[in-house]
Design a protein around this ligand. Structure first.
Ligand SMILES: NC(=O)c1ccc[n+]([C@@H]2O[C@H](COP(=O)([O-])OP(=O)(O)OC[C@H]3O[C@@H](n4cnc5c(N)ncnc54)[C@H](OP(=O)(O)O)[C@@H]3O)[C@@H](O)[C@H]2O)c1
Length: 249
């Protein structure tokens, strides 16, 4: 039975990753801070499930999960836990900005490091890093978040080149707006985002897993966001900044 370790598994995309991986016959190691929600998932999922409560914005939390990865039996690491602030830089507390970087960047770096060591020793494994379309677009009101996800995408793509021929692959999955608890937790007003821009967690996870399991370096779920990312990659930067500013992204 293959083993998958999923971070941020108590809600949103992480809970959906757990559900779909259970359906594919994986043994699951579920990580998040909320031990009660993890236990509820453990009881509800039709799978063999370990829970590992940890705060990945802390050194100790990262070390505990890295140690679990170091056992060497994890076939798929899903680095999914992440937060956004949706507050202009300078308005949000510096501590919150730093926590965002600790979770969105530093934890991904540390867990990927542990997984790469264990997986390359074994000659097989897959790493799925949940990034965002926000990493392709300079978003004025969410600068740290955009930058953190640009890091995740570039890190994953660059690492995928280094790992060619090792049996280990890395994929950055870049969703657009997706119905989860993410925006509510950030206290963000999303009323200006039209219904057609929203994706379901089911679709994001299905597309992201399919691309990860064939070792694609960058995955953008849905045609609509693939078109948006293609435009963001080709538009002159001043035009992209003007569009982002006008649309209040
Ligand atoms: N929803 C979107 O529109 C969207 C779009 C693009 C990318 N994403 C990315 O998708 C990923 C998942 O987000 P989501 O939309 O599923 O959000 P969500 O519904 O708010 O879930 C976030 C998950 O992360 C966990 N988490 C938060 N802080 C943590 C910490 N310090 N340590 C460990 N776990 C922590 C939460 O569990 P606990 O509170 O129990 O710790 C929860 O399980 C994130 O990386 C996000 O940036 C989301």
């Amino acid at each position: 039975m293959p083993t998958a370790l999923v971070t941020g598994a108590s809600a949103g995309l992480g809970a959906e990753f757990a559900r779909q991986l259970a359906g594919r016959g994986y043994h699951l190691v579920l990580v998040a801070r909320d031990a009660d929600r993890l236990s509820a998932a453990q009881n509800a999922l039709p799978a063999s499930v370990e829970v590992l409560p940890a705060d990945l914005a802390t050194d100790d939390g990262c070390a505990a999960v890295a140690a679990r990865l170091g056992k060497g039996d994890v076939d798929l690491l899903v680095n999914n836990a992440g937060i956004g602030t949706y507050r202009p830089f300078g308005v949000a507390d510096l501590a919150l900005e730093e926590r965002q970087l600790d979770l969105n960047v530093r934890a991904v770096l540390r867990l990927t490091h542990a997984a790469v060591r264990a997986m390359t020793d074994r000659g097989s494994g897959r790493i799925l890093n949940v990034s965002s379309v926000a990493g392709f677009v300079p978003r004025g009101g969410n600068a740290t978040y955009s930058a953190s996800k640009a890091w995740v995408t570039m890190f994953s793509e660059a690492l995928s080149i280094q790992l060619q021929g090792t049996g280990v692959t890395v994929t950055a999955v870049c969703p657009g707006f997706t119905h989860t608890e993410f925006h509510e937790r950030a206290g963000a007003d999303m009323s200006n985002v039209g219904g057609r821009m929203w994706l379901s967690a089911d679709q994001v996870v299905r597309d992201g897993l399919a691309d990860t399991l064939v070792g694609k370096p960058v995955s953008v779920p849905s045609r609509r966001y693939q078109a948006l990312v293609a435009a963001a990659r080709t538009l002159p930067r001043p035009v992209l900044r003007a569009v982002a500013a006008r649309r209040g992204l």
